[in-house]
Design a protein around this ligand. Sequence first.
Ligand code: PYC
Length: 312
Amino acid sequence: MKRIRTIDSHTGGEPTRIVIDGGPDLGSGSLSDRRDRFCSDFDHLRRAIVCEPRGCDFLIGGLICDATESDYACGVIFFDTAGLLGMCGHGMIGLVVTLQYLGRIFPGQHKVETPVGIVNVTLDLDNRVAIENVTSYRFKKDVTLSVPDFGPVTGDIAWGGNWFFLVNDPVTDLSAANSDELIRYTKAIRDALDQQGVTGAQGAYIDHVELFASPVDPQNHSRNFVLCPGGEYDRSPCGTGTSAKLACLAVDGKLQPGESYRQESFIGSVFECSYRLVDGGIVPTISGQAWISGETTLLLDPDDPFCDGIPQ
Ligand code: PYC
């Protein structure tokens, strides 16, 4: 029986499962090399940790790794039920609160290494974490797709640590009652991107689709709905998706450096954000709270027919 120890948390309602012991040994090298090794040699463990029956489509996993520099708090590789992620904003906030719970870090500033760059994080006393995400930028503006069953849809393509298609037209009903239809709509957009060969830089597959509407709480600037690779929507406002949004607002002159922007999620949780300009884009700061929700030993019984997760 293989045992994998994990700590679960949620950030604004979106869960993160951090593997603290028993995960794959990915050896040394850059985090992106180790991510490739995770994908090629240990995909069964990814599925065992986050897919049903132990997980679900909106669960994000994170594997703590040794960092390449001794003064970094750690490295992390995020993953979900569909594959490996570049970065994960809500997951990073969950990781930092998990490291605090384990007594590995204390309030203050820390660095965490990811396969797509170093993320500076600041942990406060009240489970609040501000992350300075990787450089984010808009790649293409006003791309129009023909989406079967829905007609033409226009949006921007932007990088916030993952690739996003951000739909321009506001959606009138971003409410829970409409979630099945919103999933159908955003999946149709993602399929259309793929079928029409619309990609991020260097042909990268765009695996996240983001919709916007007016906020329910007038203190906030916008409400979003983010389709994640696993086919579920992000319960948090999506840290990488909000970074992509800030990059678009910045280049359109709609948000100034240092100005505050409050992104509300589909369930009403909020990230407080701002950005600073750098060469090639912006560095977003995303701040939110996470809460520890479980401490588990996953048991992987080789005789269990669904030991490695239910195939998708
Ligand atoms: O917060 O960046 C994020 C994220 C990505 C996928 C789910 N959440």
